[in-house]
Design a protein around this ligand. Structure first.
Ligand SMILES: *Cc1c(COP(=O)(O)O)cnc(C)c1O
Length: 406
């Protein structure tokens, strides 16, 4: 069958027709345990009753009015995001890349209206991912994504991940901001040490730079706090959100302090769909669930349990898994076989996972995952590893790793 989709994605031959919590049902009726969550999007699982009810009610009232008018639901969502974070103001948009574009523009405009139009350059980190627009690709600096798309947007200076001296050397008269993911997602689930973030904060303060956090993936509860920076004690000036912000509905946001946003006055920035009513009902409903008492206690408790069980799997299959890394339910297994082969083997056991840089397999269960579902996921991981292990070393019969205890 010829597809009329532009073939920009290497898709697996599998389609789903419904979802329920942590489970997806394929078009052939088979059920899959979803530890991908639409790549860190469906934080509350599929068809969460509160989200379904909120969006159904909104869908029957009003979808879109444009930003020519006041939108009380935007105000409400923005107020709640600010009260739950460092921020004073929010700009709503539609995706992670658009949120990052807004964050970059906010930083540059701040420098410009503060009398430093020359400070437009931004220090970023190798291996980072900030989106697929021309500026966010330049920020990420990955050659494989930039190739063939013309001149690279000027003004981004990549330094090696985790190297403070390189950051210091990269800061010059034209530097206006530092941009980092507090937990690098696509780059291989690499957690940035709180001390490193603290050092970036100090450098930013000393040199008059904006500190921008890209929490598009690690934000909205993934790490066990509403925002990843909250576990570090370091606050940014500007932060980008998207992925889980609408629990599966496309929406992004730029959060900023009042000072950082001083340049973003009427007419400086915009987005037709930004703050759309359906999107805002998704954000508000997501916040209803996440801000309810006990929600993050659950995430933290489940995350510890998950990490422990994964450490056991790593010990059982030392030839397959080198390391368990991550924070909260943003977990990575650094594989010693091609990560893609492990993802395929997991799918063979009807467990969905997704690859990342550094030969890592990401496990991103919905935050509402239960203890039982974690146990089920780990059992499937165990079976997939046992099969891979046998394939790797057929001479060893029942697997090169230690035998599973039961
Ligand atoms: C996914 C992602 C983006 C881009 O988000 P899109 O919605 O795909 O544009 C940006 N930054 C990070 C950290 C991401 O994980």
């Amino acid at each position: 069958m010829t597809s009329h989709m532009m073939p920009t994605f290497a898709r697996v031959n599998l389609a789903f027709e419904r979802g329920d919590g942590v489970w997806l049902t394929a078009t052939n009726g088979e059920r899959y345990l979803d530890f991908t969550s639409g790549v860190a999007v469906n934080a509350l699982g599929h068809a969460h009753p509160h989200l379904v009810a909120a969006m159904t009610a909104q869908a029957q009232k009003l979808w879109h009015v444009s930003n020519l008018y006041e939108i009380p639901e935007d105000e409400r969502a923005a107020k709640r995001l600010c009260e739950a974070s460092f921020a004073d103001v929010v700009f709503f948009c539609n995706s992670g890349a658009e949120a990052m574009e807004g964050a970059i523009k906010t930083a540059r405009k701040y420098q410009s209206v503060s009398g430093h139009p020359e400070k437009y350059r931004i220090v970023t980190f190798e291996g980072a991912f900030h989106g697929r627009t021309l500026a966010t690709l330049a920020a990420g600096g990955q050659k494989k994504y930039l190739d063939g798309f013309g001149p690279v947007v000027e003004g981004f200076d990549q330094v090696p991940f985790g190297e403070l001296d390189a950051v210091k050397r990269a800061i010059g008269k034209e530097t206006g901001a530092i941009l980092i993911e507090p937990v690098m997602g696509e780059g291989g689930v690499r957690v940035v040490a709180p001390l490193f973030l603290k050092a970036l904060r100090e450098l930013a303060d000393r040199h008059g730079l904006m500190l921008i956090f890209d929490e598009v993936q690690c934000g909205m509860g993934r790490t066990g706090e509403l925002f990843a920076y909250q576990r570090t004690g370091v606050t940014p000036d500007i932060m980008a959100l998207a992925k889980a912000l609408g629990g599966g509905f496309p929406v992004g946001a730029v959060l900023a302090t009042g000072e950082a946003a001083t340049g973003m006055t009427a007419g400086t920035h915009g987005s037709t769909f930004g703050g759309n009513l359906l999107a805002m009902s998704a954000v508000n409903a997501t916040l209803d669930v996440m801000l309810a008492p006990g929600f993050f206690d659950h995430v933290k408790r489940i995350a510890i349990l998950f990490k422990q069980r994964l450490a056991e799997i790593k010990d059982r299959y030392p030839a397959l898994i080198a390391e368990v890394r991550g924070e909260g339910l943003l977990v990575g297994l650094r594989a010693l076989v091609p990560a893609g082969a492990l993802v395929d083997a997991l799918r063979g056991e009807h467990l969905l996972a997704v690859g990342a840089g550094d030969n890592v397999v990401r496990l991103l269960p919905p935050l509402i995952v239960s203890e039982q579902e974690i146990a089920e996921g780990v059992a499937r991981l165990d079976r997939a590893c046992a099969k891979l292990d046998r394939m790797r070393s057929p001479a060893l019969g029942n697997g090169g790793g230690k035998e599973a205890a039961g």
